[in-house]
Design a protein around this ligand. Structure first.
Ligand SMILES: CC(=O)SCCNC(=O)CCNC(=O)[C@H](O)C(C)(C)COP(=O)(O)OP(=O)(O)OC[C@H]1O[C@@H](n2cnc3c(N)ncnc32)[C@H](O)[C@@H]1OP(=O)(O)O
Ligand SMILES: CC(C)C(=O)C(=O)O
Ligand SMILES: [Mg+2]
Length: 524
């Protein structure tokens, strides 16, 4: 790329308003419904993130959505709170009531303008559409601080008719004009063409803010939003993690970071505190139960993780070789070099050294060979595997402890568990414990029986098969001796899966302790 071309044409306004619709368009997609408590929590996080306008819901949709919008309107301090309404008196009045307590309120009225929607969905003529838009904006203007008008399916609307509707909406009092690509059909060059056309042909264009609202059906929502910005849009509508109808909306975090990382190219900025992007994304996944893909830009688990040796080697020399932004800038603690079958010597040695091992060249060759064999079998190699390799042990060994018997029960809020364990040296240990739940109780019983105290730092259970006898996989991370240890167990019973995972950790600790002591003595 020639850096000389990397400069945007300067525009009069250098700030893009972020209009977040996670709680409206995002929430209306299957699988993403949130109740009002969840919506309020998310709204507070979005205000802390620094969004300019927060579309809190569609108050006419349901009593709970009305209550959610009202509560958000009452709670937020600096963010403009917005509610969506059809061009119908009932919707507009309900939305106004929901927004009554907002420090700054916006009613967002919308109406389809494309021929397909006019003829088949609304059964309205062009004149009727213009008339309905004017009446709705005029009514809304009386009831809130500011009004946004959206021409649904704008990108499949005749441009001259779109300019006519928008001109009428401005005359009626709308101050933001939104041209949504409702079905994610358009391309970046078409976006530039349309926004340039609208800015030149809408009467009163100089008094209003043009906005884009892109869907991701063809995977171009963010690219189209960026194109709209480069053609003068100064509001973009987007959602955390890109959630929204069908394939979703443009992802907020991607737009914001594109504007930041490529600042000289776009020449405009936002008010977003980018360090809150990752925590906000995580909060949404917790509230909806919908995880983001590992390879999701900015907030996915792999966004700042590298497994391949060539990339890891480059990263160890200069992080700029394979990362265009710092993880800390989006709220992620650090870059991860994940060890797997694609890794090489450089990353392996770096991790071994971090764990306190300094193998010479010959030992390193041996560890590398065993590492590759293990990595072919196991997807990721963790610190405890490396420890075993460095200490000349078999990382896939099991024991010395195994479960002979396990019982757990829950009664009126209290849980207890008992375990009988057998050790390779022939002795058996039986212990019982109570806990906050059966999982906690079984962990306490195992600690007592084995004599190893482990502090649980992460715990997850997920189904690995379907049906009534589905297998559950428990994954535990525990802190012991100043480092993390991982274990996993699979069973149709999640308490047993947890016990197996805990025992895997205890066994690793016990297998490695004598070898580590011997290694330490050998170094003296
Ligand atoms: C592109 C978008 O994302 S638009 C927003 C989509 N979001 C939602 O629909 C979520 C909330 N929606 C709802 O809860 C319900 O659909 C409601 C409460 C709005 C309406 O429910 P109902 O009255 O039962 O109508 P229904 O949903 O079956 O059909 C929609 C009606 O709105 C009309 N309509 C659609 N858009 C508009 C509009 N912008 N302005 C005026 N009328 C509209 C349709 O023509 C249809 O009218 P009809 O009942 O006279 O045929
Ligand atoms: C209501 C409008 C803005 C919308 O969500 C769309 O057209 O996609
Ligand atoms: Mg939409």
């Amino acid at each position: 790329m020639n850096p000389e071309h990397d400069v945007a044409t300067p525009t009069a306004e250098d700030r893009v308003r972020i209009f977040d619709t996670t709680l409206r368009d995002g929430e209306q997609a299957p699988g993403f419904s949130m109740d009002r408590r969840a919506k309020l929590r998310m709204a507070q996080a979005l205000e802390a993130l620094g969004v300019d306008v927060l579309e809190a819901g569609f108050p006419q949709a349901s009593p709970d959505d009305f209550a959610a919008v009202s509560e958000i309107a009452r709670t937020l301090k600096t963010t403009t709170v917005c509610g969506l309404a059809r061009c119908q008196d009932g919707d507009i009045d309900t939305t106004a009531r929901a927004l009554e307590k907002a420090q700054r309120s916006r009613i967002h009225v919308f109406l389809s303008t494309s021929p397909l929607h006019r003829e088949h969905k609304l059964r309205m003529s062009k004149a009727q559409v213009v008339d309905a838009a004017i009446k709705a904006v005029e009514r809304a203007v009386q009831l809130c601080h500011e009004v946004e008008f959206s021409a649904e399916d704008a990108l499949r609307t005749e441009p001259d008719f779109l300019a006519e509707v928008f001109s009428a909406a401005v005359a009626a009092g709308a101050t933001t004009l939104n041209a949504p690509d409702t079905v994610g059909y358009t391309t970046p060059s078409e976006m530039i063409e349309l926004f340039s056309y609208l800015r030149a042909h809408v009467q009163g264009a100089e008094k209003v803010i043009f906005s884009s609202h892109c869907h991701d059906d063809l995977g171009m929502a963010v690219a189209n939003s960026m194109a709209a910005i480069s053609a003068g849009a100064r509001q973009v509508e987007c959602t955390i993690n890109g959630i929204g109808e069908r394939a979703g909306n443009a992802a907020l975090e991607e737009i914001v970071m594109a504007l930041k990382v490529r600042a000289p190219h776009f020449g405009v900025d936002t008010r977003i505190d980018t360090r809150r992007l990752y925590p906000t994304s995580r909060l949404l996944t917790q509230l909806t139960g919908q995880a983001v893909p590992r390879n999701k830009a900015i907030v996915g688990e792999n966004a700042f993780a590298h497994e391949s040796g060539i990339h890891q080697h480059g990263m160890l020399k200069h992080r700029g070789t394979y990362e265009i932004m710092r993880p800390q800038d989006v709220g992620i603690a650090e870059t991860k070099l994940v060890l797997g079958k694609h890794s090489g010597r450089a990353a392996l040695r770096q991790r071994l050294e971090a764990l306190g091992h300094a193998p010479d060249e010959a030992a390193m060759e041996d560890i590398l060979a065993r590492f590759k064999t293990l990595a072919d079998k196991k997807r990721e190699i963790h610190d405890e595997d490396l420890e075993a390799l460095a200490l000349g042990q078999d990382p896939q060994a099991t024991g010395p402890w195994r479960i002979v018997q396990l019982n757990s029960s829950t009664h009126q809020g209290s849980a207890s568990a008992s375990v009988k364990l057998a050790h390779d040296d022939g002795h058996e240990a039986s212990e019982a414990a109570i806990g906050d739940g059966p999982v906690d109780a079984v962990l306490r019983a195992i600690e007592r029986a084995t004599g190893h105290a482990v502090e649980l730092t992460d715990f997850s259970v997920r189904a690995v098969s379907e049906g009534g006898d589905a297998q559950g996989q428990a994954k535990l991370t525990a802190r012991h001796g100043g480092r993390d240890w991982r274990g996993h167990g699979i069973s149709t019973d999640i308490v047993e899966a947890t016990a197996l995972a805990a025992l895997a950790i205890v066994n690793r600790i016990e297998r490695q302790a004598p070898a580590r002591e011997a290694a330490a003595v050998a170094h003296l």
